[in-house]
Design a protein. Structure first.
Length: 129
């Protein structure tokens, strides 16, 4: 199953409610939400910084992961979140192996001074030098 990382930041009201009734929200809220779409919670933790909680989970597909994110966000306890599809090591290697095919044909839109494909400026612009 595809792997996802969901990061969420609680509202101040949610943090206040959690201090009055401390619970491991990963177990009481996140795990059931992931399992409801046929997924599996792999791990999770509470973090310092931009996000307060992070969950790593498997879901049957992208739509199922979106359902979890939408349901969690619609609950009102989250002020911002981000869901990221994670590639396995094998998927990453497959992508790396297939990249040269596209790199050979892809041509980015370059500013006018960089029209010569073989110029030093173009090589610097692309990060080759």
């Amino acid at each position: 199953m595809p792997l996802f990382m969901h990061q969420a930041a609680y509202t101040s009201e949610s943090i206040a409610a959690q201090t009055r009734n401390p619970q491991n929200r990963i177990e009481v809220a996140t795990r059931p939400a992931v399992e409801a779409v046929g997924g599996k919670l792999i791990t999770g933790g509470f973090s310092l910084g931009e996000f307060d909680v992070i969950a790593i989970f498997e879901a049957p597909d992208d739509v199922s992961a979106a359902i979890v994110a939408l349901a969690v966000n619609a609950g009102g306890a989250i002020k911002s979140s981000r869901t990221t599809r994670l590639l396995s090591g094998d998927e990453w290697v497959e992508a790396l192996q297939k990249t040269p095919v596209v790199s050979e044909i892809y041509r980015p839109a370059l500013p006018d001074p960089l029209v010569d494909e073989n110029s030093i400026e173009t090589a610097r612009y692309r990060g080759y030098l």
